[in-house]
Ligand binder design. Structure first.
Ligand code: AMP
Length: 215
């Protein structure tokens, strides 16, 4: 396992989930999506799932204390002192500061990779996106290979409640206000890399693999 600590940054619909799944499969790095963790809690109807639902349904962020505890627990449990790929975390300055402090002893985060996609493209992608019920891998509703099933694990595809048009605009606005400033945070830390996201999954994936392999 490669002991690299990598963050995938970018707006909702940039391709972070798709690329994280591919990179994790190809390089054997454990990955986590904070959104997937919340959706898992919702499915199991835990207290955290019920709390998260009220925020996620509106397209706004779940409060920092809850989110930080959940993701830091995952890192302690699943990644230990090894590497990980984070998709969707951190999303606020407070989350980034907590993560930076927690990773300081083990050499810090190695890379934050920002996947850039224009707003028009995000709206198109999100309204068209279907997600696997089992492994949560995102798919394009226009992909002729899917026929309603996940191309990775065969699970059933569904449309996320927050990919419906009412929530999409709000999620993009929340991203611009709360998460976009993290691009500068990691640029200043000297670990930011940028990748043009408006290309095929394979092309973006090739660039990401090259960046991670160079680390
Ligand atoms: P995602 O699957 O990454 O698009 O996340 C879906 C929703 O989960 C977001 O719109 C938020 O409501 C919540 N969420 C996911 N990650 C975070 C985070 N790091 N901080 C706060 N809320 C989050």
């Amino acid at each position: 396992m490669i002991p690299l600590k990598v963050i995938l940054l970018g707006p909702p619909g940039a391709g972070k989930g798709t690329q994280a799944a591919r990179l994790s499969d190809a390089l054997g790095i454990p990955r986590v999506s904070s959104g997937d963790l919340f959706r898992d809690h919702q499915r199991r109807n835990t207290e955290m799932g019920q709390l998260a639902r009220s925020y996620m349904g509106r397209g706004v962020l779940v409060p920092d204390d809850v989110t930080i505890r959940m993701v830091m627990d995952w890192i302690d449990r699943e990644a230990g002192s090894g590497g990980f790929l984070l998709d969707g975390f951190p999303r606020t300055e407070a989350q980034a500061a907590t993560l930076d402090a927690a990773m300081e002893e083990s050499g810090g985060i190695d890379k934050a990779i920002y996947i850039k996609v224009s707003k028009d493209e995000l709206v198109t992608r999100l309204s068209d996106r279907l997600v696997c019920t089992d492994c949560q891998m995102p798919h394009s509703g226009r992909d002729p290979d899917t026929a309603g099933s996940c191309t990775r694990c065969g699970g059933k595809l569904y449309q996320r409640e927050d990919d419906k048009p009412e929530a999409v605009e709000k999620r993009i606005q929340v991203y611009m206000e709360e998460t976009a400033p993290l691009v500068e945070h990691y640029r200043e830390a000297g670990i930011l890399e940028e990748v043009e996201g408006e290309r095929s999954v394979e092309e973006v994936g090739r660039d990401l693999t090259a960046l991670i392999s160079l680390t």
